[in-house]
Design a protein around this ligand. Structure first.
Ligand code: B3K
Ligand code: ZN
Length: 900
C-alpha cells in the first residue's frame, strides 16, 4: 500500500506538516455528466518547514488518471493507485499539470462533484476535493485558485465558482465558459463549483467601509419566490457580524446556491455557499416558523464561517471545533439577538433561544458523551473524519467558546477575537492558538481550561449548601467529577475543569439577594455571580445573608455540566414562579417534570398504577395562565422533556415505560386544565396576514401546543373540531402542519380516523410539487403515535414503496427513515424488534449509495447497552447483521465502536 492509502486510525499525535506546498492552482473543467475532464495546473514547492521527501504523494479517489506533466513536459514517474497519485523524484519547485476524469452522474455519495436535478454541484469538506482532482487535500495546504468552467450553454447556462468572475464567453459547438478567481488563499475543502439552469435573487448592499457588494441567492426557477427570507437573513448576518465583531464581508460578491440533494445543512465554500434547499427555501405556505428560524441560523452560520473557518482555518481535522464550535456560538448569539428584535438587551427574549440550544445539547450531545462515540471536543483519533461532525464538536464546542465569554464578558471576549484575527488571519491553526489569544487578550492563564478540549464525558457538579443563621453566612460547596462514564470517555479524564458556575440566591419574597463573597467589602452590582470553580471540591461562602436563600444554580446554563442538587418539589415550583434568570425558570419546570416522569416511568415499567401530584399540575397551570410571561417562553416551559431524553436518564432505558408515563402526564395536564388550554388556544390565534416575527411565532407555538394537549383529552372531539378547522383555514404551514399533526394524534387514540386520513390525502395533493413539504408529509407519518392496531412500522414500510419516496435523496431518506428510527422511540423500539430489522435493512441499503448518510443512520443504535435486556439483545443482533454486511469505512467505524 502506498503512503497515501488511508490507515485504519488517524491520530492527532501523528500530525506532521506537509512535505510540499501548493501556491497556486488553475483548474479547468469540461463538464459532462458522465465524463468530466479536469485539468489541474499547480505551482508546487518543498515545504521549508518539513523534512525532505523525494516523492510527492497526492490524494485522489474515484479518478481516472490521464496524464502528468512537469514544467510542460510529460512526466513518466507518475503512479496512480486506489488512494491517489505517487510522483517519484520530483524537483524542489515546479509546475505540475495533471489531467483526470471523473463521473459526476454516477456519484451517489454526494461528496466531490455530482449531478442533482440535472445541475452540477460540489461538496468538498472534509475530503471530497480528492474526488475531483489529485491534490494535497488537507486543510493546512492553502493555495490561490483560478477556475475555468466549460459546458454546454443550453444545458448549463450558469457557471459559478469561488471569488470574482474574471471573464465569460461563448465557445464553438454551443458551449460557453466562465473564469473565476478567488482573491484569498484557501484550503481545498473550501473549493466549489456550480453549473446549471438556475436563477438568482440579487441585492446590492454597502458594508461598513462603504463598499458595494453583490449578494445572490441562486435556485431553480420555480423556487425564486421562496428566496426572500434567505436573502434577508444574509443581510442581517452581514450587519450583525460588523456590529458585534467588527468583521466585514471581504469579497465583492457573495453567493448562496440551493441544491435538493445534499448530505447536510449547508457548506461555507468561500464566496459560494452551497445549501440544502431545506435551509434556503421558505414562504409562509410551505415553511414553518421553525423552518424560518433554521434558515436564519444556517445562513448566519455559513456566513460567519467566512471569518471563523475561512480567513482563519484549521491546521488539521482534529481542530474542527476551532471553526465549528466557534461558528455555532456565533450563530447562536446572532439568533438570540434576532429573537430579541436585533438588539442584545432583551434577556427574556434571548433566553428562548438559549433554552432551545440547551435542550438540543442535553438531548443529543449528552447522549453522545454517554456512549461508544464519546470523544473530546478536540478528538484524539478517527477512522473516518465525516463521522466527527458531531454534537460534541459543534454543540459542546460552542459551549466551550461561550464559557470564555462568560468568564471575560462580551468585551473581554471581543478583545480575544480581535487578537485571534490579528495573529492568525490567513493561517491554518489549532484550538490552542484560539485559547492563547483569549488568554493573552485578557491577561489570564488558561492552561487548566485546555481540559475542556481534551476530556470527554459530561461533567457532574454536585452541590451542597449550608446556612448559618447566627453568622448570616451561606456556603455553597461544589464538587466535580464525571460519575459513571463510557470507557471511551474515561481514559481522557485527567483532572478538574475550570467551570464558570453562575449562581444567584433568592429570598423568601422571590427576589434576588445581594451577593457578597467572604473577603469582599461590598456586595456586587449584579445579583448573578460567576464563580470560578477550579478544584475537585470548593466552597464559596456568601456573607451578610439575612435569611436562608434558595440557590439558583448554573444560571443561563453557564457550563455544559449536569448539576445535582436536592431541590424539593415545592422549591422547584417556587423557582419556576420566581427565578429572575429566565433560563433557570424554565429549568426548574424541567427538573420538576423530569423527576415526576422518571418516577412514573419506573412504575409503568413494573406495571403499577400511575398518579400525578396535584401540586405539579398546579405549577404548570400557573405557567399556562401567567400573562406576564411571553407566549414563546410559556410554550417552552409547558413542553415536557422528550422521550429520548427521559429514557436516557433511566438506569435501564425503557422507551415503552417512558412513553406511557409521558402520555399519562400529558393526558392529566390536558384533562385538568381543559378550559385553560381552550382559552389559550383562542387567545393566541394570529388572524390576518402571516408574519414571521418572533412574537407572532411565539403565539402560534403556544396556540399549537394547546391544540396538541387538547388532543390528549379523554374525549378529543373539541380538538378534532378545532384542528380540522385550523387545517382548512390556515394561511401558513406552521398552523397547517400543527393541525395535521393534531388530527393524527387524536386519530391515534381511536386507532386511526377518517379526519386524519382525509387531511393527509389533502396535504399530499396540495403540496405534491413542493418536495420540502412532502418531506414533512413523510416525517409526520413516521413520527406519529400509532396504536396497537396500527403500528407505525407498517405505515413506514408502506411509505417506502410510495412513488415519491427516493432513498438516494438524503432529505427524503431522513424524512421517513431517520424520523422513524431517531424521533419515534416508542414505536422504533417495539418489543418484537421490527424497528431494528427495518433499521438494519436501511443502513445496509444506504451503505452502498451514500456512506455519510448511512453512518448517520447507523448511530441510532449506539446506546444499545443502556436498554432493557430484551431490547438490548435484539439491538445487538441487528448491529451484528449490519457489521457483517457493510463496506464503507464510515459505517464500519460506527458499528464496530458500538459493538466494541
Ligand atoms: N462545514 C460544513 C460541514 C461539512 C460536513 C462534512 N461531512 C457545514 C458547516 O458546519 O457549516
Ligand atoms: Zn459550520
Amino acid at each position: 500500500m502506498a503512503d497515501t492509502a488511508t490507515p485504519n486510525v488517524i491520530r492527532r499525535a501523528d500530525y506532521a506538516p506537509p512535505a510540499f506546498l501548493i501556491d497556486t492552482v488553475a483548474l479547468e473543467f469540461d463538464l459532462v455528466p458522465d465524463r468530466t475532464v479536469v485539468r489541474n495546473t499547480m505551482r508546487v514547492r518543498r515545504n521549508p518547514e518539513a523534512s525532505r521527501a523525494a516523492h510527492l504523494e497526492l490524494m485522489g479517489e474515484q479518478l481516472e488518471f490521464v496524464s502528468a506533466e512537469i514544467d510542460g513536459k510529460p512526466f513518466a514517474n507518475a503512479h496512480p493507485h486506489e488512494h491517489g497519485l505517487l510522483l517519484d523524484n520530483v524537483p524542489d519547485s515546479f509546475e505540475l499539470t495533471l489531467t483526470s476524469l471523473c463521473n459526476p452522474a454516477d456519484n451517489t455519495t454526494l461528496s466531490g462533484l455530482y449531478v442533482s436535478s440535472g445541475n452540477f454541484f460540489t461538496q468538498c469538506e472534509a475530503e471530497g476535493f480528492r474526488r475531483i482532482t489529485y491534490f494535497l487535500d488537507r486543510p493546512d495546504v492553502m493555495a490561490s485558485f483560478t477556475v475555468t468552467l466549460r459546458a454546454s450553454k443550453a444545458d448549463y447556462p450558469v457557471l459559478l465558482s469561488n471569488g470574482n468572475l474574471l471573464e465569460e464567453g461563448d465557445l464553438p459547438d454551443g458551449r460557453h465558459f466562465a473564469r473565476w478567481e478567488d482573491p484569498f488563499r484557501k484550503p481545498s475543502y473550501l473549493f466549489a463549483l456550480v453549473a446549471g439552469k438556475l436563477v438568482a435573487l440579487e441585492e446590492r448592499v454597502k458594508t461598513s467601509s462603504g463598499k458595494e457588494k453583490l449578494l445572490q441567492v441562486w435556485v431553480e426557477p420555480h423556487d425564486l419566490d421562496k428566496t426572500r427570507h434567505a436573502m434577508d437573513s444574509l443581510i442581517h448576518s452581514i450587519q450583525w457580524d460588523e456590529r458585534r465583531f467588527g468583521l466585514e464581508l471581504d469579497l465583492d460578491r457573495f453567493m448562496i446556491v440551493a441544491v435538493s440533494d445534499f448530505n447536510m445543512g449547508a457548506m461555507e465554500n468561500k464566496g459560494l455557499n452551497i445549501f440544502n434547499t431545506k435551509y434556503v427555501l421558505a414562504n409562509p405556505e410551505t415553511a414553518t416558523d421553525t423552518d424560518f428560524a433554521n434558515i436564519e441560523a444556517v445562513v448566519g452560520h455559513e456566513y460567519f464561517h467566512n471569518w471563523t473557518g475561512n480567513r482563519v482555518t484549521c491546521r488539521d481535522w482534529f481542530q474542527l471545533s476551532l471553526k465549528e464550535g466557534l461558528t455555532v456560538f456565533r450563530d447562536q448569539e446572532f439568533s438570540a439577538d434576532m429573537a430579541a428584535g436585533g438588539g442584545n438587551s432583551d434577556e427574556a427574549a434571548r433566553a428562548t433561544k438559549r433554552i432551545e440550544d440547551v435542550r438540543v445539547l442535553r438531548q443529543m450531545q449528552f447522549a453522545e458523551d454517554a456512549g461508544p462515540m464519546a470523544h473530546p471536543v478536540r478528538p484524539e483519533s478517527y477512522v473516518e473524519i465525516n463521522n466527527f461532525y458531531t454534537m460534541t464538536v459543534y454543540e459542546k464546542g460552542s459551549e466551550v467558546v461561550r464559557m470564555y465569554q462568560t468568564l471575560f464578558g462580551r468585551d473581554g471576549f471581543r478583545k480575544g477575537m480581535d487578537l485571534y484575527f490579528q495573529r492568525h488571519d490567513g493561517q491554518a491553526v489549532t484550538c490552542d492558538d484560539f485559547r492563547h489569544a483569549l488568554a493573552d487578550a485578557n491577561g489570564r492563564d488558561l492552561a487548566q481550561f485546555e481540559r475542556w478540549y481534551s476530556q470527554a464525558g459530561t461533567p457532574r457538579v454536585s452541590v451542597r449548601t449550608r446556612y448559618d443563621a447566627a453568622q448570616r453566612r451561606y456556603s455553597v460547596t461544589l464538587r466535580q467529577g464525571y460519575g459513571e462514564v463510557a470507557p471511551a470517555a474515561r481514559e481522557t479524564q485527567k483532572g478538574p475543569l475550570l467551570i464558570p458556575f453562575a449562581i444567584g440566591l433568592i429570598g423568601k419574597d422571590g427576589r434576588d439577594l445581594l451577593l457578597q463573597l467572604d473577603g469582599e467589602t461590598t456586595p456586587s452590582a449584579s445579583t448573578t455571580r460567576v464563580l470560578e470553580f477550579t478544584q475537585t471540591e470548593q466552597t464559596f461562602t456568601f456573607v451578610d445573608v439575612a435569611e436562608e436563600p434558595l440557590p439558583s444554580l448554573l444560571r443561563n446554563f453557564s457550563a455544559p455540566v449536569i448539576v445535582e442538587y436536592d431541590y424539593t418539589a415545592d422549591q422547584l415550583a417556587f423557582l419556576l414562579a420566581h427565578d429572575s434568570d429566565p433560563f433557570n425558570r424554565w429549568e426548574a419546570g424541567q427538573r420538576l417534570a423530569t423527576r415526576e416522569l422518571l418516577a412514573l416511568a419506573a412504575r409503568a415499567a413494573k406495571g403499577s398504577a400511575l398518579q400525578l401530584d396535584d401540586s405539579v399540575v398546579a405549577a404548570f397551570a400557573r405557567v399556562l395562565t401567567d400573562e406576564t410571561l411571553s407566549p414563546a417562553f410559556r410554550e417552552l416551559a409547558l413542553m415536557l422533556p422528550s422521550e429520548s431524553y427521559l429514557a436516557e436518564q433511566m438506569a435501564e432505558s425503557n422507551p415503552a415505560a417512558v412513553h406511557a408515563a409521558r402520555q399519562f402526564v400529558r393526558k392529566r395536564l390536558a384533562n385538568a386544565l381543559h378550559d385553560d388550554w381552550l382559552k389559550v388556544y383562542e387567545q393566541h390565534r394570529t388572524p390576518g396576514a402571516y408574519k414571521a416575527t418572533p412574537e407572532a411565532a411565539g403565539h402560534r407555538a403556544l396556540k399549537n401546543l394547546a391544540l396538541s394537549y387538547l388532543t390528549e383529552l379523554d374525549n378529543p372531539a373539541d380538538a378534532v373540531r378545532l384542528a380540522a378547522a385550523q387545517y382548512e383555514t390556515a394561511n401558513n404551514m406552521t398552523d397547517r402542519a400543527a393541525a395535521l399533526s393534531a388530527l393524527l394524534n387524536a386519530g391515534a387514540q381511536q386507532g386511526g380516523s377518517p379526519d386524519a386520513q382525509h387531511a393527509l390525502d389533502d396535504f399530499y395533493r396540495r403540496f405534491e410539487n413542493e418536495p420540502l413539504v412532502i418531506d414533512k408529509w413523510f416525517a409526520l407519518q413516521a413520527t406519529q403515535r400509532g396504536s396497537a392496531q396500527q403500528p407505525v412500522i407498517d405505515t413506514v414500510r408502506r411509505l417506502m414503496t410510495h412513488p415519491a419516496f427516493n432513498l438516494k435523496n438524503p432529505n427524503r431518506a431522513r424524512s421517513l427513515i431517520f424520523s422513524f428510527c431517531a424521533a419515534n422511540p416508542a414505536q422504533f423500539h417495539a418489543e418484537d424488534g421490527s424497528g431494528y430489522a427495518f433499521w438494519a435493512d436501511q443502513v445496509i441499503a444506504l451503505d452502498s449509495l451514500n456512506p455519510q448518510v448511512a453512518a448517520r443512520l447507523a448511530r441510532s443504535l449506539e446506546l444499545w447497552r443502556r436498554f432493557t435486556p430484551a431490547l438490548r439483545d435484539r439491538m445487538r443482533a441487528a448491529l451484528e447483521k449490519v457489521a457483517a454486511q457493510v463496506k464503507s469505512r464510515d459505517v464500519r467505524e460506527i458499528v464496530e465502536k458500538a459493538l466494541g
